[in-house]
Write a new protein. Structure first.
Length: 255
């Protein structure tokens, strides 16, 4: 096969994966939750840390970025999601695809590139250095579903396995294996910007929840003054995002 990917061979397959960073590892569950654990924790209570909820079905894949270990990808239902381990909500969520997503892996050569597989037999190549909302390349590898994807340490050869037990070995083009100028910094800045936005949303949501509790307590206690009418959550999110982007633009103007 020509282009960015070239098929080299296929055979039977099997897979297994362990995701770790400094004693920490991530456990994906069938309930759609990912749990952060630490095998070096001194007490049993510290061995299980934060939990991340977002998928509406089983999480089939979970892998940390090889360049920025606090960020990790998950695959479940019809989406992939990018997480910051310091936040409970994903910082980037893909659109919902028509076919179920099954696996993912990061490129070890480029920080902005990762790969996903779907049950319609397609392999998607994502290059978020250039495009965040659509895959850079979608390739029909198999007539049935693809179940797994993995890449060798140099980032040039990719393997993907199908539901019937076949495996395909693909060769990536230099455009997907050679790091672009300022790519690592640009991708890191993008991830941090999205993390900051999510932190602001979480802080604002917490503030609104606390205010709602105070208003409810005041109303129950017969306090003076009327409780403010509930504002739809979509409007609250829009308000916080507008404040965030206004702050970003103000910072850029000062620089």
């Amino acid at each position: 096969m020509g282009g960015a990917l070239r098929r080299l061979s296929h055979t039977a397959w099997r897979r297994g994966r362990y995701t770790t960073a400094g004693g920490k590892f991530l456990v994906a569950t069938e309930q759609g939750t990912v749990v952060s654990c630490n095998r070096k924790a001194k007490t049993p209570a510290d061995r299980i840390g934060m939990s991340y909820e977002g998928h509406s079905g089983p999480v089939y894949a979970c892998q940390r970025s090889p360049f920025m270990s606090k960020f990790f990808l998950t695959i479940g239902d019809w989406t992939w999601r990018l997480w910051n381990e310091e936040l409970r909500n994903p910082v980037i969520t893909s659109k919902y695809h028509m076919s179920y997503m099954t696996d993912t892996c990061w490129s070890p050569a480029r920080p902005g590139v990762f790969f996903t597989t779907k049950m319609d037999g397609t392999l998607d190549v994502w290059d978020i250095f250039y495009k965040q909302h659509e895959p850079t390349l979608s390739m029909q590898v198999h007539n049935d579903g693809l179940y797994a994807v993995s890449i060798e340490p140099q980032g040039q050869l990719l393997t993907t396995g199908s539901v019937d037990g076949s495996i395909y070995l693909l060769e990536l083009s230099t455009g997907l294996t050679e790091m672009q100028r300022n790519e690592k910094k640009a991708v890191a800045d993008m991830f941090e910007r999205e993390s900051k936005r999510e932190k602001n949303l979480e802080a604002r949501a917490k503030e609104l929840r606390n205010k709602a509790k105070q208003d409810a307590a005041t109303a129950k206690g017969g306090g003076e003054g009327e409780v403010e009418a509930a504002v739809p959550w979509e409007n609250k999110v829009k308000e916080v995002e507008e404040e965030f982007w206004a702050a970003i633009q103000a910072t850029d103007a000062k620089e």
